[in-house]
Design a protein around this ligand. Structure first.
Ligand code: UDX
Length: 425
Protein backbone atom coordinates (compact mmCIF):
# COMPACT_ATOMS: atom_id res chain seq x y z
CA UNK A 1 0.00 0.00 0.00
CA UNK A 2 2.84 2.37 0.84
CA UNK A 3 4.64 1.67 -2.39
CA UNK A 4 1.52 2.06 -4.53
CA UNK A 5 0.60 5.29 -2.73
CA UNK A 6 4.11 6.68 -3.17
CA UNK A 7 4.27 5.78 -6.85
CA UNK A 8 0.81 7.22 -7.52
CA UNK A 9 1.50 10.50 -5.70
CA UNK A 10 4.69 10.82 -7.75
CA UNK A 11 2.70 10.15 -10.90
CA UNK A 12 0.38 13.01 -9.89
CA UNK A 13 3.41 15.31 -9.99
CA UNK A 14 4.57 15.34 -6.36
CA UNK A 15 8.08 14.69 -5.16
CA UNK A 16 7.93 11.53 -3.07
CA UNK A 17 10.42 9.83 -0.81
CA UNK A 18 9.56 6.23 0.06
CA UNK A 19 11.31 5.39 3.30
CA UNK A 20 11.58 1.97 4.92
CA UNK A 21 13.92 0.56 7.56
CA UNK A 22 14.20 -2.65 5.54
CA UNK A 23 17.50 -1.84 3.83
CA UNK A 24 17.32 -4.87 1.57
CA UNK A 25 13.92 -3.82 0.25
CA UNK A 26 15.17 -0.28 -0.37
CA UNK A 27 18.35 -1.51 -2.09
CA UNK A 28 16.16 -3.66 -4.36
CA UNK A 29 13.76 -0.82 -5.14
CA UNK A 30 16.67 1.44 -6.08
CA UNK A 31 17.61 -1.17 -8.68
CA UNK A 32 14.03 -1.50 -9.89
CA UNK A 33 13.28 -4.75 -8.02
CA UNK A 34 9.63 -4.58 -6.90
CA UNK A 35 9.02 -6.69 -3.78
CA UNK A 36 5.38 -7.52 -4.63
CA UNK A 37 3.45 -8.43 -7.75
CA UNK A 38 0.97 -5.69 -8.57
CA UNK A 39 -0.09 -5.07 -12.18
CA UNK A 40 1.39 -1.85 -13.60
CA UNK A 41 3.42 -0.98 -10.49
CA UNK A 42 6.84 -1.80 -11.91
CA UNK A 43 6.25 0.46 -14.91
CA UNK A 44 4.87 3.29 -12.77
CA UNK A 45 7.84 3.13 -10.41
CA UNK A 46 10.23 2.93 -13.37
CA UNK A 47 8.93 6.11 -15.01
CA UNK A 48 8.76 8.14 -11.81
CA UNK A 49 12.09 6.95 -10.44
CA UNK A 50 13.73 7.92 -13.73
CA UNK A 51 12.39 11.44 -13.48
CA UNK A 52 13.52 11.55 -9.81
CA UNK A 53 10.01 12.39 -8.62
CA UNK A 54 10.19 9.11 -6.72
CA UNK A 55 13.21 8.18 -4.63
CA UNK A 56 13.86 5.45 -2.08
CA UNK A 57 15.74 5.67 1.19
CA UNK A 58 16.30 3.76 4.39
CA UNK A 59 17.26 7.02 6.05
CA UNK A 60 14.05 7.87 7.94
CA UNK A 61 15.62 11.01 9.40
CA UNK A 62 16.26 12.42 5.94
CA UNK A 63 12.70 11.60 4.84
CA UNK A 64 11.17 13.32 7.90
CA UNK A 65 13.41 16.36 7.52
CA UNK A 66 12.61 16.78 3.82
CA UNK A 67 8.88 16.10 3.48
CA UNK A 68 6.02 18.36 4.46
CA UNK A 69 3.45 15.52 4.44
CA UNK A 70 4.35 12.17 5.95
CA UNK A 71 2.12 9.17 5.29
CA UNK A 72 2.47 6.29 7.73
CA UNK A 73 1.92 3.10 5.79
CA UNK A 74 3.53 0.47 8.01
CA UNK A 75 1.88 -2.90 8.65
CA UNK A 76 -0.55 -3.39 11.52
CA UNK A 77 -0.63 -7.19 11.75
CA UNK A 78 -3.02 -9.04 14.05
CA UNK A 79 -1.75 -10.11 17.45
CA UNK A 80 -2.75 -13.58 18.70
CA UNK A 81 -5.68 -11.98 20.62
CA UNK A 82 -7.01 -10.32 17.45
CA UNK A 83 -5.87 -6.83 18.37
CA UNK A 84 -3.91 -4.87 15.78
CA UNK A 85 -0.20 -4.69 16.56
CA UNK A 86 0.55 -0.97 16.52
CA UNK A 87 4.26 -1.25 17.38
CA UNK A 88 5.23 -0.14 13.87
CA UNK A 89 2.99 2.93 14.06
CA UNK A 90 4.40 3.91 17.44
CA UNK A 91 7.97 3.48 16.18
CA UNK A 92 7.34 5.74 13.20
CA UNK A 93 5.59 8.32 15.40
CA UNK A 94 8.63 8.44 17.71
CA UNK A 95 10.99 8.68 14.77
CA UNK A 96 9.00 11.57 13.36
CA UNK A 97 9.03 13.32 16.73
CA UNK A 98 12.79 13.01 17.09
CA UNK A 99 13.39 14.55 13.66
CA UNK A 100 10.61 17.12 13.68
CA UNK A 101 11.40 20.60 12.37
CA UNK A 102 9.14 23.28 10.89
CA UNK A 103 5.57 22.02 10.21
CA UNK A 104 4.72 18.44 9.33
CA UNK A 105 1.39 16.83 8.52
CA UNK A 106 1.46 13.24 9.75
CA UNK A 107 -1.15 11.10 8.01
CA UNK A 108 -2.26 7.63 9.09
CA UNK A 109 -2.69 5.59 5.95
CA UNK A 110 -2.39 2.14 7.55
CA UNK A 111 -5.64 0.59 8.72
CA UNK A 112 -5.76 1.27 12.43
CA UNK A 113 -8.30 0.93 15.22
CA UNK A 114 -10.30 3.99 16.11
CA UNK A 115 -8.43 6.33 18.48
CA UNK A 116 -4.98 5.48 17.06
CA UNK A 117 -4.75 9.05 15.76
CA UNK A 118 -5.09 10.30 19.31
CA UNK A 119 -2.18 8.09 20.37
CA UNK A 120 -0.02 9.12 17.41
CA UNK A 121 -0.56 12.76 18.36
CA UNK A 122 0.21 12.07 21.99
CA UNK A 123 3.38 10.12 21.10
CA UNK A 124 4.73 12.81 18.78
CA UNK A 125 3.94 15.52 21.33
CA UNK A 126 5.66 13.57 24.10
CA UNK A 127 8.85 12.81 22.18
CA UNK A 128 9.15 16.03 20.14
CA UNK A 129 9.40 18.05 23.34
CA UNK A 130 8.51 21.30 21.64
CA UNK A 131 10.57 20.67 18.45
CA UNK A 132 8.57 21.78 15.39
CA UNK A 133 4.81 21.88 14.78
CA UNK A 134 2.59 19.17 13.44
CA UNK A 135 -0.93 17.99 12.72
CA UNK A 136 -2.19 14.44 12.63
CA UNK A 137 -4.73 13.29 10.05
CA UNK A 138 -6.37 10.04 9.06
CA UNK A 139 -6.64 9.17 5.38
CA UNK A 140 -7.66 5.53 5.06
CA UNK A 141 -6.84 3.75 1.84
CA UNK A 142 -9.36 1.51 0.12
CA UNK A 143 -7.22 0.07 -2.65
CA UNK A 144 -7.54 -3.59 -3.50
CA UNK A 145 -4.63 -5.82 -4.36
CA UNK A 146 -4.42 -6.63 -8.04
CA UNK A 147 -6.06 -3.33 -9.03
CA UNK A 148 -4.36 -1.06 -6.57
CA UNK A 149 -3.20 1.57 -9.05
CA UNK A 150 -6.55 2.00 -10.71
CA UNK A 151 -8.26 2.04 -7.27
CA UNK A 152 -5.88 4.79 -6.16
CA UNK A 153 -6.31 6.84 -9.32
CA UNK A 154 -10.09 6.38 -9.57
CA UNK A 155 -11.42 6.12 -6.02
CA UNK A 156 -15.14 6.13 -5.22
CA UNK A 157 -14.32 8.62 -2.49
CA UNK A 158 -11.43 10.02 -0.52
CA UNK A 159 -11.78 10.15 3.24
CA UNK A 160 -9.79 12.63 5.26
CA UNK A 161 -10.08 12.96 9.00
CA UNK A 162 -8.56 16.20 10.25
CA UNK A 163 -8.33 18.51 13.23
CA UNK A 164 -7.20 21.70 11.52
CA UNK A 165 -8.05 23.77 8.46
CA UNK A 166 -4.38 23.64 7.42
CA UNK A 167 -4.35 19.83 7.36
CA UNK A 168 -7.61 19.80 5.42
CA UNK A 169 -6.25 22.21 2.81
CA UNK A 170 -3.01 20.26 2.33
CA UNK A 171 -4.79 16.95 1.82
CA UNK A 172 -7.54 18.41 -0.35
CA UNK A 173 -4.92 20.02 -2.61
CA UNK A 174 -2.97 16.78 -2.79
CA UNK A 175 -5.99 14.79 -3.93
CA UNK A 176 -7.57 17.47 -6.14
CA UNK A 177 -6.15 15.99 -9.41
CA UNK A 178 -8.14 12.77 -8.80
CA UNK A 179 -11.44 14.61 -9.13
CA UNK A 180 -13.14 12.34 -6.61
CA UNK A 181 -15.63 13.22 -3.86
CA UNK A 182 -13.77 14.11 -0.68
CA UNK A 183 -15.37 13.30 2.66
CA UNK A 184 -13.93 15.48 5.41
CA UNK A 185 -14.49 14.24 8.98
CA UNK A 186 -12.87 14.24 12.37
CA UNK A 187 -10.05 11.73 12.87
CA UNK A 188 -12.02 9.10 14.81
CA UNK A 189 -14.78 9.02 12.17
CA UNK A 190 -12.26 8.58 9.36
CA UNK A 191 -10.63 5.70 11.23
CA UNK A 192 -14.05 4.12 11.74
CA UNK A 193 -15.01 4.50 8.07
CA UNK A 194 -12.17 2.17 7.11
CA UNK A 195 -12.91 -0.57 9.64
CA UNK A 196 -16.64 -0.29 9.09
CA UNK A 197 -16.29 -0.47 5.28
CA UNK A 198 -14.07 -3.54 5.31
CA UNK A 199 -16.25 -5.26 7.92
CA UNK A 200 -19.37 -4.46 5.93
CA UNK A 201 -17.90 -5.91 2.74
CA UNK A 202 -16.71 -9.02 4.57
CA UNK A 203 -20.20 -9.38 6.03
CA UNK A 204 -21.72 -9.03 2.56
CA UNK A 205 -19.56 -11.96 1.41
CA UNK A 206 -20.49 -14.02 4.47
CA UNK A 207 -24.14 -13.24 3.87
CA UNK A 208 -24.08 -14.56 0.32
CA UNK A 209 -22.05 -17.58 1.45
CA UNK A 210 -24.70 -18.34 4.07
CA UNK A 211 -27.41 -18.05 1.41
CA UNK A 212 -25.37 -20.43 -0.78
CA UNK A 213 -25.71 -23.10 1.92
CA UNK A 214 -29.50 -22.72 1.75
CA UNK A 215 -29.37 -22.91 -2.07
CA UNK A 216 -27.62 -26.25 -1.83
CA UNK A 217 -30.33 -27.59 0.44
CA UNK A 218 -33.22 -26.60 -1.85
CA UNK A 219 -31.60 -26.96 -5.27
CA UNK A 220 -31.53 -23.22 -6.01
CA UNK A 221 -28.67 -21.45 -7.77
CA UNK A 222 -26.67 -18.84 -5.82
CA UNK A 223 -25.57 -17.03 -8.97
CA UNK A 224 -29.18 -16.38 -9.92
CA UNK A 225 -30.06 -15.38 -6.38
CA UNK A 226 -27.10 -12.97 -6.25
CA UNK A 227 -28.04 -11.51 -9.63
CA UNK A 228 -31.60 -10.95 -8.53
CA UNK A 229 -30.49 -9.35 -5.28
CA UNK A 230 -27.65 -7.29 -6.73
CA UNK A 231 -29.78 -5.50 -9.32
CA UNK A 232 -31.54 -3.77 -6.44
CA UNK A 233 -29.51 -0.55 -6.35
CA UNK A 234 -29.74 -0.46 -2.58
CA UNK A 235 -27.89 -3.78 -2.43
CA UNK A 236 -25.58 -3.64 -5.47
CA UNK A 237 -24.00 -6.61 -7.18
CA UNK A 238 -20.40 -6.17 -5.98
CA UNK A 239 -19.09 -8.55 -3.34
CA UNK A 240 -21.93 -10.98 -3.78
CA UNK A 241 -19.84 -13.82 -5.20
CA UNK A 242 -20.20 -16.93 -3.10
CA UNK A 243 -17.02 -18.95 -2.75
CA UNK A 244 -14.59 -20.56 -0.36
CA UNK A 245 -14.60 -17.44 1.81
CA UNK A 246 -12.62 -14.25 1.97
CA UNK A 247 -8.92 -14.11 2.75
CA UNK A 248 -6.09 -11.65 2.27
CA UNK A 249 -4.21 -9.29 4.49
CA UNK A 250 -7.19 -7.03 5.25
CA UNK A 251 -10.63 -8.56 5.74
CA UNK A 252 -9.79 -11.29 8.28
CA UNK A 253 -7.46 -9.00 10.23
CA UNK A 254 -9.67 -5.90 10.12
CA UNK A 255 -12.76 -7.83 11.14
CA UNK A 256 -10.88 -9.34 14.07
CA UNK A 257 -9.50 -5.95 15.09
CA UNK A 258 -12.93 -4.34 14.86
CA UNK A 259 -14.47 -7.08 17.01
CA UNK A 260 -11.69 -6.64 19.58
CA UNK A 261 -11.79 -2.84 19.69
CA UNK A 262 -15.60 -2.93 20.01
CA UNK A 263 -15.27 -5.35 22.90
CA UNK A 264 -12.74 -3.04 24.56
CA UNK A 265 -15.18 -0.18 24.14
CA UNK A 266 -17.90 -2.27 25.79
CA UNK A 267 -19.87 -3.35 22.72
CA UNK A 268 -20.36 -6.95 21.67
CA UNK A 269 -20.32 -6.81 17.85
CA UNK A 270 -21.99 -10.21 17.46
CA UNK A 271 -22.86 -9.54 13.80
CA UNK A 272 -19.17 -9.45 12.91
CA UNK A 273 -18.50 -12.56 14.96
CA UNK A 274 -21.14 -14.34 12.88
CA UNK A 275 -19.49 -13.10 9.66
CA UNK A 276 -16.18 -14.47 10.83
CA UNK A 277 -17.70 -17.83 11.80
CA UNK A 278 -19.50 -18.20 8.48
CA UNK A 279 -16.21 -17.48 6.68
CA UNK A 280 -14.50 -20.23 8.63
CA UNK A 281 -17.40 -22.60 8.07
CA UNK A 282 -17.23 -21.96 4.33
CA UNK A 283 -13.80 -23.57 4.15
CA UNK A 284 -14.91 -26.50 6.33
CA UNK A 285 -17.90 -27.07 4.10
CA UNK A 286 -15.68 -26.98 0.99
CA UNK A 287 -13.44 -29.67 2.44
CA UNK A 288 -16.56 -31.68 3.35
CA UNK A 289 -17.71 -31.46 -0.26
CA UNK A 290 -14.39 -32.96 -1.33
CA UNK A 291 -14.71 -35.72 1.27
CA UNK A 292 -18.28 -36.49 0.18
CA UNK A 293 -17.24 -36.72 -3.45
CA UNK A 294 -14.11 -38.81 -2.93
CA UNK A 295 -15.43 -40.91 -0.05
CA UNK A 296 -11.94 -41.81 1.16
CA UNK A 297 -9.46 -38.94 0.96
CA UNK A 298 -6.47 -40.82 2.32
CA UNK A 299 -4.10 -41.73 -0.50
CA UNK A 300 -6.02 -39.70 -3.10
CA UNK A 301 -4.27 -37.14 -5.29
CA UNK A 302 -5.93 -33.73 -5.49
CA UNK A 303 -5.15 -30.95 -7.95
CA UNK A 304 -5.46 -27.47 -6.45
CA UNK A 305 -5.86 -24.69 -9.00
CA UNK A 306 -5.15 -21.34 -7.41
CA UNK A 307 -3.27 -20.49 -4.22
CA UNK A 308 -3.39 -16.70 -3.92
CA UNK A 309 -6.25 -15.27 -1.83
CA UNK A 310 -7.70 -13.79 -5.01
CA UNK A 311 -6.63 -13.42 -8.66
CA UNK A 312 -3.97 -11.03 -9.99
CA UNK A 313 -1.81 -11.12 -6.91
CA UNK A 314 0.92 -13.37 -5.53
CA UNK A 315 -0.34 -12.72 -1.99
CA UNK A 316 -1.21 -15.82 0.01
CA UNK A 317 -1.77 -14.14 3.38
CA UNK A 318 -4.83 -15.79 5.00
CA UNK A 319 -5.59 -17.39 1.64
CA UNK A 320 -8.35 -20.03 1.86
CA UNK A 321 -6.04 -22.34 -0.13
CA UNK A 322 -3.73 -22.69 2.87
CA UNK A 323 -6.44 -23.95 5.24
CA UNK A 324 -7.98 -26.18 2.60
CA UNK A 325 -4.67 -27.78 1.64
CA UNK A 326 -3.72 -28.25 5.27
CA UNK A 327 -7.04 -29.98 6.05
CA UNK A 328 -6.66 -32.28 3.03
CA UNK A 329 -3.07 -33.14 3.90
CA UNK A 330 -4.20 -34.03 7.43
CA UNK A 331 -6.71 -36.41 5.85
CA UNK A 332 -3.80 -38.05 3.99
CA UNK A 333 -4.30 -36.54 0.51
CA UNK A 334 -1.47 -35.85 -1.92
CA UNK A 335 -1.64 -32.33 -3.32
CA UNK A 336 -0.56 -31.18 -6.78
CA UNK A 337 -0.87 -27.39 -6.89
CA UNK A 338 -0.62 -24.70 -9.51
CA UNK A 339 -0.96 -20.91 -9.34
CA UNK A 340 0.05 -18.40 -12.02
CA UNK A 341 2.01 -16.22 -9.58
CA UNK A 342 1.81 -17.32 -5.94
CA UNK A 343 3.86 -20.52 -6.07
CA UNK A 344 7.14 -18.99 -4.88
CA UNK A 345 5.46 -17.65 -1.74
CA UNK A 346 3.42 -20.83 -1.25
CA UNK A 347 6.54 -23.01 -1.40
CA UNK A 348 7.80 -21.33 1.76
CA UNK A 349 4.65 -22.25 3.67
CA UNK A 350 3.40 -25.50 2.22
CA UNK A 351 5.58 -28.52 2.76
CA UNK A 352 4.99 -31.79 0.96
CA UNK A 353 2.98 -30.21 -1.86
CA UNK A 354 3.96 -30.91 -5.47
CA UNK A 355 4.06 -27.59 -7.36
CA UNK A 356 3.30 -27.99 -11.04
CA UNK A 357 4.23 -25.96 -14.09
CA UNK A 358 0.68 -25.61 -15.40
CA UNK A 359 -2.92 -26.58 -14.53
CA UNK A 360 -2.86 -29.68 -16.76
CA UNK A 361 0.27 -30.93 -15.05
CA UNK A 362 -1.48 -30.47 -11.69
CA UNK A 363 -4.47 -32.46 -12.91
CA UNK A 364 -2.37 -35.29 -14.35
CA UNK A 365 -3.20 -38.46 -12.39
CA UNK A 366 -5.30 -36.55 -9.83
CA UNK A 367 -8.59 -37.91 -8.50
CA UNK A 368 -10.21 -34.49 -8.66
CA UNK A 369 -9.44 -30.85 -9.37
CA UNK A 370 -10.33 -27.97 -7.06
CA UNK A 371 -10.71 -24.37 -8.18
CA UNK A 372 -9.69 -22.24 -5.22
CA UNK A 373 -8.82 -18.92 -6.93
CA UNK A 374 -10.70 -17.59 -9.95
CA UNK A 375 -7.72 -16.70 -12.17
CA UNK A 376 -8.77 -15.96 -15.79
CA UNK A 377 -6.35 -18.67 -16.89
CA UNK A 378 -8.60 -21.27 -15.26
CA UNK A 379 -11.71 -19.89 -16.90
CA UNK A 380 -10.09 -20.46 -20.27
CA UNK A 381 -8.80 -23.99 -19.67
CA UNK A 382 -9.13 -26.66 -22.36
CA UNK A 383 -11.55 -28.74 -20.31
CA UNK A 384 -11.26 -31.76 -22.61
CA UNK A 385 -7.55 -31.78 -21.82
CA UNK A 386 -8.30 -31.41 -18.11
CA UNK A 387 -10.69 -34.35 -18.29
CA UNK A 388 -8.08 -36.49 -20.00
CA UNK A 389 -5.42 -35.56 -17.44
CA UNK A 390 -7.61 -36.37 -14.42
CA UNK A 391 -8.00 -39.92 -13.19
CA UNK A 392 -11.74 -39.25 -12.92
CA UNK A 393 -13.67 -36.25 -14.25
CA UNK A 394 -14.45 -34.54 -10.97
CA UNK A 395 -14.19 -30.78 -10.46
CA UNK A 396 -15.06 -29.03 -7.22
CA UNK A 397 -15.25 -25.36 -8.01
CA UNK A 398 -14.82 -23.10 -5.00
CA UNK A 399 -15.34 -19.96 -7.08
CA UNK A 400 -18.19 -20.93 -9.40
CA UNK A 401 -16.20 -20.14 -12.56
CA UNK A 402 -17.84 -22.83 -14.72
CA UNK A 403 -21.45 -23.40 -15.69
CA UNK A 404 -22.94 -26.64 -14.31
CA UNK A 405 -24.86 -27.38 -17.55
CA UNK A 406 -21.77 -27.10 -19.72
CA UNK A 407 -19.74 -29.21 -17.31
CA UNK A 408 -22.40 -31.88 -17.36
CA UNK A 409 -22.35 -31.94 -21.18
CA UNK A 410 -18.58 -32.31 -21.07
CA UNK A 411 -19.02 -35.34 -18.82
CA UNK A 412 -17.77 -33.90 -15.55
CA UNK A 413 -19.12 -34.42 -12.10
CA UNK A 414 -19.20 -30.77 -11.16
CA UNK A 415 -19.76 -29.40 -7.69
CA UNK A 416 -19.86 -25.66 -7.15
CA UNK A 417 -20.81 -23.43 -4.23
CA UNK A 418 -24.56 -23.02 -3.78
CA UNK A 419 -25.33 -24.65 -7.12
CA UNK A 420 -26.88 -27.87 -8.35
CA UNK A 421 -24.47 -30.76 -8.42
CA UNK A 422 -24.25 -32.32 -11.90
CA UNK A 423 -24.79 -36.03 -12.38
CA UNK A 424 -21.87 -38.36 -12.30
CA UNK A 425 -19.78 -38.13 -15.46
C1 UDX B 1 -9.80 -5.26 0.60
C2 UDX B 1 -10.77 -4.08 0.38
O1 UDX B 1 -11.63 -4.37 -0.73
C3 UDX B 1 -9.99 -2.80 0.15
O2 UDX B 1 -10.88 -1.70 0.04
C4 UDX B 1 -9.05 -2.59 1.33
O3 UDX B 1 -8.29 -1.43 1.15
C5 UDX B 1 -8.14 -3.78 1.51
O4 UDX B 1 -8.94 -4.96 1.67
P1 UDX B 1 -8.29 -6.87 -0.90
O5 UDX B 1 -7.99 -7.58 0.37
O6 UDX B 1 -7.19 -6.51 -1.82
O7 UDX B 1 -9.07 -5.48 -0.59
O8 UDX B 1 -9.29 -7.79 -1.73
P2 UDX B 1 -10.82 -7.82 -2.10
O9 UDX B 1 -10.94 -7.70 -3.57
O10 UDX B 1 -11.63 -6.91 -1.31
O11 UDX B 1 -11.17 -9.34 -1.72
C6 UDX B 1 -11.01 -9.83 -0.39
C7 UDX B 1 -11.40 -11.26 -0.30
O12 UDX B 1 -12.81 -11.42 -0.48
C8 UDX B 1 -10.75 -12.19 -1.33
O13 UDX B 1 -10.34 -13.39 -0.72
C9 UDX B 1 -11.86 -12.45 -2.33
O14 UDX B 1 -11.72 -13.70 -2.97
C10 UDX B 1 -13.08 -12.44 -1.43
N1 UDX B 1 -14.32 -12.10 -2.13
C11 UDX B 1 -14.50 -10.86 -2.67
C12 UDX B 1 -15.33 -13.06 -2.22
O15 UDX B 1 -15.21 -14.17 -1.73
N2 UDX B 1 -16.51 -12.71 -2.85
C13 UDX B 1 -16.71 -11.48 -3.39
O16 UDX B 1 -17.80 -11.25 -3.95
C14 UDX B 1 -15.68 -10.52 -3.31
Amino acid sequence: MGLVTGACFAELGNRVICADNDTKKIAGLKKGVIPIYEPGLKELIGINAKSRRLVFTSNIKEAVRTCEVIFIAVGTPALPNGEADLTGIENVARNIALNLSGYRLVVEKSTVPVETGKWVKHTIQTYARGRGKFDVASNPEFLREGQAISDFMHPDRIVIGVESKKAQTILTDLYRPLNAPIVVTDIASAELIKHASNSFLATKISFINAVSAICEKVGADIKEVALGMGLDKRIGSAFLNAGVGYGGSCFPKDLEAFITISEKLGYDFSLLKASRDINYQQKVSFVNKIKDALWIVKGKTIAVLGLSFKPNTDDIRSAPSLDIIQALRLEGARIRAYDPSAMEKAKELLRGVVFCKDPYEACRGSDCALVVTEWDEFKELDLAKVKKALRRPLIIDGRNIYEPGRMEKLGFTYIGIGRKKTKKG
